[in-house]
Design a protein around this ligand. Structure first.
Ligand code: AMP
Length: 279
């Protein structure tokens, strides 16, 4: 695996490969890699000829400085994992390589960035679109892969790509879960053994909603889900929403595609999860 920390060197490397006809696939991450991330790399290998993975803990998408400080950064382990799955290129820049001093700008992609996660993490998606736009500009991928785990993020990035006519195809990959249903996340290492048990209420409730779903019963199902999660010890619900899968507005019986999304603090760890209801 080629490992770059400087964008100019990476661009030079990729330009040569592209001139030889390579199809570049790209998996941006914050690192602390787990099987979910690696599933994106494996899917990327099937869709193109060169897989670029980036590991960059982007400060502008963290609205809570403590969360940024606590974010795990096991770079040596990550490199091992990427080598094991034969990733071709790693881009692991420092903050100064990505941002100029006092750099301040953001894209306005409309109301989507202020809903759900955006409401609870103000500025989060502005940071996400800022860094993903920069990364796309550096890597110039043909295809970029993102996880359904961050469903709203996928919609936000899709909107950015369509508004700016960016020449990249986006692919959404399914959520990888632990055997008991917990969605894999870099943050799971912060869960105590008790938190780990209580966290299961999120995937269990989402699953139940998927199986019991009835478009005539949305508000009742949502209320039941909110009550069950709020009653779980150690779990502080941020939101549970049954939403339109395209707009993330609350669904009603005329909605065509449904997704249920949840965010909650389990112990000290904020977790998100979702399920596509009619896939
Ligand atoms: P992150 O490092 O958390 O920003 O995640 C990098 C990419 O991996 C994002 O596109 C995530 O949606 C995706 N991802 C994170 N967790 C999972 C998971 N459990 N299954 C599949 N993809 C995931």
């Amino acid at each position: 695996m080629e490992n770059f920390t400087k964008k100019a060197a990476l661009q030079q490397h990729l330009a040569k490969l592209k001139a030889d006809g390579a199809v570049i696939t790209f998996v941006p991450t914050l690192g602390a890699l787990h099987a979910g991330h690696l599933s994106l790399i494996k899917r990327a290998q099937k869709l193109g000829s060169i897989v670029v993975c980036s590991i960059f803990v982007n400060p502008t998408q963290f609205n809570d400085p403590k969360d940024l400080e606590m974010y795990p950064r096991p770079i040596a382990d990550d490199i091992q994992k990427l080598k094991q799955v034969n990733c071709d290129v790693l881009f692991n820049p420092g903050v100064n390589e990505m941002y100029a001093d006092n750099e301040k700008w953001h894209l306005d992609i409309g109301g989507l960035e202020g809903l759900l996660e955006g409401k609870f993490r103000p500025g989060h998606y502005q940071g996400v679109t800022q860094v993903v736009h920069k990364l796309f500009d550096i890597v110039k991928p043909d295809i970029a892969l993102f996880g359904q785990k961050d469903y709203q993020q996928f919609l936000v990035i899709s909107r950015m790509v369509s508004l700016l006519n960016l020449p990249v195809k986006l692919v959404m990959c399914p959520i990888e879960r632990e055997a008991d249903g917990l969605a894999m996340s870099s943050r799971n290492i912060h869960l105590s053994p008790a938190d780990r048990k209580h966290a299961l209420i999120l995937s269990k409730t989402l699953n139940k909603i998927k199986h019991e779903f009835n478009p005539d019963n949305i508000s009742q199902l949502k209320q039941q889900a909110e009550a069950v999660i709020s009653n779980e010890p150690g779990v502080e619900l941020a939101y549970f929403e049954i939403a339109d899968g395209d707009t993330l507005h609350p669904a009603d019986k005329n909605t065509k595609s449904f997704v249920a999304l949840v965010a909650a603090k389990v112990g000290k760890t904020r977790l998100i999860d979702n399920v596509i209801i009619n896939d």
